[in-house]
Design a protein. Structure first.
Length: 565
């Protein structure tokens, strides 16, 4: 196809990348562990660990996992915050020949059970803060091996014990749990160091990650990301940001680049944009456990002249309006990468004024590893678009019949490239709904492409709600709320929200006249992850429907938008 957007590429960005330069993600790891052995790789709570230490520790964890009898291709779930154990565990699982299943640590028992059962995970490495959730569902899953980590595990004896005491007993962030057959993370490190590690040959077609995402069915699906997918996207994103990294207007290019990993590593955006690209380039990742604690974030990053800051619009906005953040040293900040949700112009302008570094908005999905398009990195102009396709990537706009529309007309955004998933895990029917015969992935987003190849998102084909960069699907919310004995009918829609971009609003018809908003909010808190919980509830006597009885969400959403306006 005609890739007419290439003429608008920044100087130095290649039109194509070559994923074959690595046989697997593990080969990329091994290269970096050897090449940057003495460099610091990650810092958390002020504790720095080197590439050599990550190499040794991940080998130990990999050897321990292999000793449990797991076979190549078995799935291992990881349920952690941005602590030092997380990148070690990711490297360990992949090096052992297994598949990483990233789990949102804020999941409720219902959500966790679904993901563990659907993936068929045989093992899980979990932070103790969330072990009580696992305890409630473990018996109904295929998980045979549980490794429990503590936040202070890798911080040294004195500091580690102090941090664990505060987390457990002062802040009371570790609910009581009983997992009698679980093994502690530090025990795994010690035992694994004495066990033989067997390298496992892996190819481009082997699965590396299962990244779970929602869908119109309301059931979370695992996007199957192969080693080729991940390698390709790392190389694509690295190529895209190169112009900013070699720019000498901010002085000499640092020998080692420093990332702020404020986004959760279990999310595909941070996984690729922070950990994997940083590892490939020999960078240092500053791990932020809780980005909402701005005082702690600022304290953690203050000693560093950081160079790359991936974030979502809400985080950029919060920090740009924090007077203490404005006091940091931004003299070497070269890339502010926006994704996960639309970057607002007012936020982009404020961030530029505070840091002197423009936000480069990119676009992607779990199904595309994630990056597919981006704005050029060599400009500070706000485009209001998701940019142009990345190297080796094709983007077209399709009508309802799957045919390309003329430039300037709206349609569904479709993406083809080496970063596009192999399909949904064990769901060929769902895969067939989103993949075209010629290899394009249909995103469900409605956009308009101009004559330069820049695409502007104007609507969503699906009724997805985007809360702080996380996909929330009305069907799932409605299915959960409908189980409440006091609810007769329910519809969930997205409404504008200053802090999170969108928020969930419920329209409910009561079965029990005594049902209150407080009752329903409490029920949702017990059954839905925080970002999925409704912010607003409106009770009605009936809901608008089609002549066949389907609830008209769009009518409710339009009404809510008018009220908000």
């Amino acid at each position: 196809m005609d890739r007419f957007w290439l003429k608008h590429y920044p100087a130095g960005v290649p039109h194509d990348i070559d994923p074959s330069r690595y046989e697997s993600v593990v080969q990329l790891f091994d290269e970096s562990f050897e090449k940057f052995r003495k460099r610091k790789a990650y810092v958390g709570f002020g504790k720095e660990i080197s590439y050599g230490e990550v190499d040794e520790m991940s080998r130990a964890v990999a050897a321990w996992l292999q000793s449990r009898g797991l076979k190549k291709g078995d799935r291992v779930a990881l349920m952690m915050l941005n602590v030092l154990q997380f990148p070690v565990a990711i490297a360990a699982v992949l090096r052992a020949g297994f598949v990483v299943v990233n789990v949102n640590p804020l999941y409720t028992p219902r959500e966790l059970e679904h993901q563990l059962r659907d993936s068929g995970a045989k093992a899980i490495i979990i932070l103790e803060n969330f072990a009580s959730t696992l305890q409630q569902v473990l018996a109904r899953t295929a998980v045979e091996h549980v490794v429990v980590a503590s936040i202070g595990d890798m911080l040294g004896f004195a500091k580690g014990n102090l941090v664990n005491f505060v987390v457990r007993h002062v802040k009371k962030m570790v609910p009581a749990f009983e997992l009698p057959r679980a093994t502690r993370f530090n025990t795994v490190l010690a035992e694994g160091a004495r066990l033989p590690f067997t390298p496992v040959p892996q190819t481009h077609d082997d699965v590396a990650f299962l990244q779970y995402t929602g869908g119109t069915t309301g059931v979370a699906k695992g996007a199957t990301l192969t080693h080729r997918n991940i390698i390709a996207n790392v190389l694509q994103a690295e190529a895209w940001i190169q112009p900013a990294l070699v720019d000498t207007r901010k002085g000499p290019v640092p020998e080692q680049l420093i990332w702020i990993a404020a986004l959760p590593l279990y999310h595909i955006f941070a996984l690729t944009a922070c950990m994997l690209i940083g590892l490939r380039m020999g960078g240092l990742n500053i791990l932020i456990v809780n980005p909402r604690d701005q005082a702690a974030l600022i304290k953690e990053v203050r000693p560093y002249k950081f160079n790359l800051f991936p974030a979502v619009n809400t985080l950029f906005n919060a920090l740009a309006n924090n007077p203490e953040f404005a006091k940091l040293d931004f003299s070497q900040l070269r890339v502010s990468l926006g994704g996960g949700m639309a970057v607002q112009e007012a936020v982009a302008q404020r961030w530029l004024a505070v840091t002197g570094c423009p936000i480069c908005e990119a676009y992607g999905l779990s199904e595309t590893s994630p990056a597919a398009t981006g704005n050029p990195i060599d400009t500070d102009k706000f485009s209001g678009t998701i940019g142009i396709p990345f190297p080796s990537t094709d983007v077209i706009i399709l009508d309802d019949d799957g045919k390309p529309v003329p430039l300037g007309e709206r349609g569904e955004i479709a993406i083809r490239g080496p970063q596009v998933m192999a399909g949904y895990w064990n769901r060929p029917d769902e895969t067939a709904k989103v993949m075209t015969p010629d290899g394009f992935f249909k995103t469900g987003d409605i956009g308009i492409m101009d004559e330069r190849g820049y695409t502007r998102i104007v609507d969503r084909k699906k009724d997805m709600i985007l809360v702080s960069g996380f996909n929330v699907y009305p069907n799932e919310i409605e299915a959960v709320v409908a189980l409440h004995p006091g609810v007769l009918e329910v519809a969930a829609v997205g409404v504008p929200d200053e802090k999170s971009g969108e928020a969930v609003k419920l329209f409910v018809v009561r079965k029990d006249p005594a049902l209150t908003e407080r009752d329903l909010m409490q029920y949702c808190a017990e059954n839905l992850t925080g970002y999925k919980k409704p912010k607003y509830i409106e009770f009605r006597t009936d809901l608008p429907k089609t002549n066949v009885g389907k609830i008209l969400r769009r009518e409710l959403r339009d009404e809510a938008l008018k009220k908000a306006a």
